[in-house]
Ligand binder design. Structure first.
Ligand code: FAD
Ligand code: NAP
Length: 339
């Protein structure tokens, strides 16, 4: 068990923010994690769990123990005529898992190509893109309870996935560390999700004659690379806010005032509105505030132009929230985890 002191987390968060972890340890298996948890309990250290650092905003030095998940390994654990169950260590890079499944022509994760971060964080917010969420292929996960060190299995139902939500962000917040995730994938893919956004037009531009999961993945990668800033070049954590979901009854008067407002009807008489549009209409697209700002192509992405502190980005986020609230009466909720 190796614990280092005063470690800069700059290499470990995609905003590229420098804060120090008072104590830092990486773990590569469940036993190491359990032993670190016992040690932290003796020391009464608070815990911070880090994966790829692509969904966190670090606003201050992190007290206690920062635990960095490095549990690796991807294996097929069972199969039937139609499906194969793939188990991944939580410390695998998400896109490496996607590529591993694509190489075997096992379908289900292709629309989620190129999402940054590790496999273990994916269930935290039920990652989603281009009409697919991990709940669609999720089978179960294994997690260690922080208080006891016990290993527990969570079924699909137990995770209570919602739009960028799970039980781990609410009732069980801060109580479990995810160590392994199992997905159920199609052995001979027949289900393709191409109706969303620019996938179909991109496939046409690529002159794809026969639809395949590899073609969909390539299209998604192409769209993402053209629209989103690469965190290695420009610090960011993807969408900073969730797309607000409001009741139909609140949406209708808004639509009277803004007939062009983009919106997507949801079940239960609710409507999802793209937060990017609200931010743009509130005058914040491409705007800079010191070393921070919103991305010129995608205002939902807040960026670190170099040298920003976490508190600067949080200040920018609050300014945007206030502007959107003043203009539309809608409170944007951060998707990024603020520490
Ligand atoms: P981290 O940032 O390290 O952690 C996120 C949260 O999960 C923290 O609260 C952390 O404590 C907790 N956590 C991490 N690992 C564990 C674990 N093993 N057990 C318990 N808790 C844990 N997200 C989408 O949903 N869809 C997208 O299309 C998308 N696109 C993005 C594009 C860009 C350019 C960027 C930078 C981000 C994007 N994101 C997207 C957000 C982000 O990539 C995902 O949320 C990702 O799953 C975060 O993984 P991570 O390992 O980096 O998590
Ligand atoms: P987009 O395609 O320009 O669409 C804007 C928003 O409208 C999206 O956020 C999406 O909500 C919603 N939307 C679009 N088509 C929809 C449909 N057919 N049905 C329901 N909702 C629809 O979005 P984008 O910014 O380029 O992102 C493309 C995809 O990548 C989206 O799924 C987005 O969530 C994902 N993405 C996520 C992050 C992140 O950090 N979370 C970062 C970049 C991209 P949804 O978000 O619910 O899909």
């Amino acid at each position: 068990m190796s614990i280092q002191q005063q470690v800069s987390l700059r290499p470990f968060n995609t905003f590229g923010l420098h804060v120090e972890a008072e104590n830092y340890a990486a773990f590569t298996n469940v036993e190491e994690l359990q032993s670190l948890l016992r040690h932290a309990k003796e020391k009464k250290w608070p815990l911070f769990i880090l994966g790829g650092g692509s969904n966190v905003l670090l606003t201050q030095d992190i007290p206690g123990l920062t635990l960095h998940n490095q549990i690796k390994g991807i294996t097929a654990i069972k199969e039937d005529d139609q499906y194969v169950w793939v188990k991944s260590g939580a410390g695998e890079v998400w896109h490496d898992l996607v590529l591993w499944t694509l190489n075997r022509n096992w379908g289900g994760l292709e629309n989620l190509s190129l999402i940054p971060g590790y496999v273990g964080a994916a269930p935290m917010q039920n990652i989603g893109a281009y009409g697919v969420e991990i709940k669609d292929t999720f089978d179960h996960l294994e997690a260690v309870e922080i208080a006891t060190g016990a290993v527990r299995t969570f079924s699909l139902e137990a995770c209570r996935f919602g739009y960028r939500e799970s039980v781990f962000k609410h009732e069980l917040k801060g109580q479990y560390i995810i160590t392994h995730v199992v997905f159920r994938l199609e052995k001979a893919p027949t289900t393709f999700h191409t109706s969303y956004g620019a996938i179909q037009s991109t496939l046409a531009d690529m002159e794809i004659k026969e639809l395949s999961i590899q073609a969909i993945s390539n299209a998604v990668i192409q769209i993402r690379q053209s629209k989103l800033p690469d965190p290695k070049k420009l610090g960011n954590a993807g969408s900073f806010f969730k797309n607000p979901v409001i009741a139909d009854s609140l949406f209708r008067p808004l639509q009277d005032n803004y007939p062009d407002i983009p919106h997507y009807p949801l079940p239960d008489e609710e409507v999802k509105i793209p937060a990017a549009w609200l931010i743009e209409q509130s005058g914040w697209k491409g705007k800079r505030l010191g070393a921070t700002g919103t991305h010129v192509k995608q205002p939902l992405v807040l960026v670190n132009y170099g040298g920003a502190k976490g508190a600067d980005i949080w200040h920018l986020a609050q300014q945007i929230q206030a502007a959107v609230n003043d203009t539309f009466g809608i409170q944007l909720e951060p998707e990024v985890n603020v520490w």
